[in-house]
Design a protein around this ligand. Sequence first.
Ligand code: ATP
Ligand code: MG
Length: 482
Amino acid sequence: MIGWVSLYVHIKFNEYTDEGLKRSDNYDAIRNYLSTNSAARALRLKADESKNSKALVLSIDDHEEVEDVFDGVKVKWYSSVKESQTQSSGYGRSSSGERRFFTLTFHRRHRGMIIESYITHVLREGREIGLRNRERKLFTNNSSSEWYAWRSGKWSNVHFHHPATFETLAMDPEKKERIKKDLIKFSKGKDYYKKVGKPWKRGYLLFGPPGTGKSTMISAIANFLEYDVYDLELTTVKDNSELKKLLLDTKGKSIIVIEDIDCSLDLTGQRKSKKEEDEDEEEEDEEEKKKEEEKKKKMEGLLNSIDGLWSACSDEKIIIFTTNFVDKLDPALIRRGRMDNHIEMSYCRFEAFKVLAKNYLEIETHELYGEIERLLEETDVSPADVAETLMPKSDEEDADVCIKRLVKTVEEEKEKAKKLAEEEEKSKAERQERRRKKKEEAEEKKKKKIEEEDKKEKSEEKDKKVKGSEENSDLHESNGTN
Ligand SMILES: Nc1ncnc2c1ncn2[C@@H]1O[C@H](COP(=O)(O)OP(=O)(O)OP(=O)(O)O)[C@@H](O)[C@H]1O
Ligand SMILES: [Mg+2]
């Protein structure tokens, strides 16, 4: 709405559009801009509580005036409020029937520049501030039977409040820095991705044993980049088209997570133990083959959907797979280009331990650190176990108690691992012995069979010979009589 009053142009931005039904995105963006932007900061602010924001939302108070300067040009903003004449039922409208709006005023000789550049600048900045302040969300996918039910969409969401950060994440510090740099480069790479003609996406594969911090890492990344998280549960997804729809229904500035990708794709569920495998190998073969095929189909669907997602939407997205067994994954799934960055989360070594000790006990050194370093180098303990052991269980427990408990725990783990290795060795030897015996028995059986067959053949031949000579003598006899 542009009106002329003497030399000045006024543009009005209403809080609600569409007859008061819909809140205006532009109004919110301008409000963010005016309350946060330092060049145009209002002095009188009011604090609102908003459902969708993590902090108090400060906005310029009613009937307040703010000046802004852009490219050397001065403009003025007014925030106004009017009592609404019609007390309509008004969904979305302020309950009191007040109508708020901003008015932008500037000299008419700057009309072109303000409309073309300044307003765009304000809206863009304001939206960015809004994104930064927004309450981040954790989405989980609904089963497709619920998609069209009342008010429930493809994804359900809750507020995302995970406290994990890169500071509290225990891992090799150099590796951590590399990951952070990679993330920063990605999040600032809008123009770069555009220039090289690649969708603005990045794929990460996190692999490692249980309790090494894969899920924690995802939360740390989300907090670091201030992204939403979409936790995609593949087992509730019926088919490929459903998967594609889900992926296309995700917003930018988000991480799409598929945890335990091997299990999500593995339809067999639990694998058989080695021993069982040995015993009924053949019967299982057919069934295994069928399941492998199904798994392959699912995998192909996933690959296609990822590639589709990669090219279908243009905004800032990270996709993360996690797995405990990287060797079991289909190489096609994790080839570079799909998964750009492979990150191994490993057992807790000394450097990672130091981070945990600092987090949980607020100590940087202790007389037992040397001992712990030695122990952790030769024993595989997950950071989850180390963290659990380090955590004080009561007020009486100080750092010293916890550190000593850790030494004891790791020593026990070492002992356990040794025993386990011995047992494994023993059972391997037993398995080999069993197999050797089986083979021997089979060979023995075979030998016996051959011998028996030989014997039979020989006796048959003998019988034939005897019969033959009898027939011969019969012939002689009959010749003689003739
Ligand atoms: N590297 C780590 N740094 C800090 N804390 C960790 C780390 N790894 C594990 N933890 C702690 O252990 C708990 C379990 O870790 P997390 O769930 O991240 O492991 P995971 O690798 O995802 O395991 P899984 O393979 O079973 O899903 C976390 O809540 C966290 O407190
Ligand atoms: Mg996990």
